[in-house]
Design a protein around this ligand. Structure first.
Ligand code: ADE
Ligand code: ZN
Length: 327
């Protein structure tokens, strides 16, 4: 099977984490920043999850203006469109867009949205933004991010999420920010069950009230939790290649995506941070086919799941359903 032209829906990709190393080096050159600690032979350099987060933050430090984010957004959406992605939800951290200041965040968002609008016209790819907390910056910083999200919630910023080090604190420590986002009508997701195990997923559902979970793969360790995910109709944003490269599972054959799907959990597939993991949507699809034997119907199912769980309005969903059904 070839997957290149299959229309795809992606719910979990970090805009900063999708920055190609050559793009980072170009910006670093313009600003006189030395990235040699983080990029070697044109590739991001890190070992393990915590070093990944450090490298991620180091290279993100070269994106310092709305214009930089405008260029980044265009570059990232171009690559997604090349992989057949027709709708993408992108995590964007206000911490990196003006340090959590609402006025600055608005300026960055305007630039990002301008790039997104252009790419929708040029390539037919639609983008929505998920304002994102960096967990290890702590709950007090997260409150500011909740305010940023609340102030800019609308047609473009449609979701609220949290990434970063899952082992710092508890999901419930960030309840204030999530309550603000919920009041603003935003869709809610958080990274859970990538590193924090079953308790982290339970806290995400019960303490933050999310409808989607970033990764969530460790739910497979507890059949009762698997049933709970189904009962609550929680969607998992699964990023298989990311999980293998970061060492959540030793090899793709061990990944639980197929078992979760078979059990009846609503699963979707995304790339997380493509250049860090050498993931693309086409590669994710071919792994699902080659390693787990997924066929057309299986792929259609995850695409439908993604549209149903997307943080966008009904009209957009109807448009997307038409595009995937009418191919
Ligand atoms: N931020 C970017 N990628 C992430 C991941 N895989 N886990 C947690 N935070 C992240
Ligand atoms: Zn992620």
């Amino acid at each position: 099977m070839t997957f290149a032209h299959r229309p795809k829906i992606e719910l979990h990709m970090h805009l900063e984490g999708a920055m190609p190393p050559e793009f980072a080096l170009e910006l670093a050159g313009e600003k006189g920043v030395d990235l040699s600690a983080s990029i070697e032979k044109g590739q991001y350099k890190y070992q393990g999850f915590l070093e990944f987060l450090k490298t991620y933050e180091h290279v993100t430090s070269v994106i310092t203006t709305p214009e930089d984010y405008y260029r980044l957004t265009r570059a990232v959406l171009e690559q997604s469109a090349q992989n057949g992605v027709i709708y993408t939800e992108s995590f964007i951290a206000p911490d990196f867009c003006g340090g959590g200041d609402v006025a600055a965040w608005r300026d960055y968002l305007a630039a990002i949205k301008q790039a997104a609008d252009e790419m929708e016209r040029e390539k037919g790819i639609m983008m929505r933004a998920i304002a994102t907390v960096v967990r290890h910056f702590g709950p007090d910083v997260a409150k500011k991010i909740g305010i940023c999200a609340q102030e800019t919630a609308g047609d473009f910023v449609t979701g609220f999420g949290m990434g970063g080090d899952e082992n710092v604190g508890k999901q419930g420590d960030y309840k204030f920010a999530y309550d603000m986002a919920r009041e603003a009508g935003l869709g809610l997701t958080t990274h859970a069950g990538e590193w924090g195990g079953v308790p982290s997923i339970l806290q995400a559902i019960d303490d933050l009230g999310v409808s989607r979970i970033g990764h969530g793969v460790q739910a497979i360790e507890d059949p009762k939790l698997v049933d709970y995910l189904i009962e609550k109709n929680i969607t998992l944003e699964i990023c298989p290649i990311s999980n293998i490269v970061l060492g959540v599972y030793p090899k793709m054959q061990d990944h639980p995506i197929s078992r979760l799907k078979e059990a009846g959990v609503k699963v979707t597939v995304s790339t997380d941070d493509p250049p860090f993991f050498h993931s693309t949507m086409n590669k994710e699809y071919s792994n699902l086919s080659d390693v787990f034997g997924w066929n057309e119907q299986d792929l259609l199912q995850i695409e439908r799941n993604a549209i149903e769980s997307a943080f966008c309005d009904k009209e957009t969903k109807e448009k997307l359903f038409k595009q995937i059904e009418g191919r």
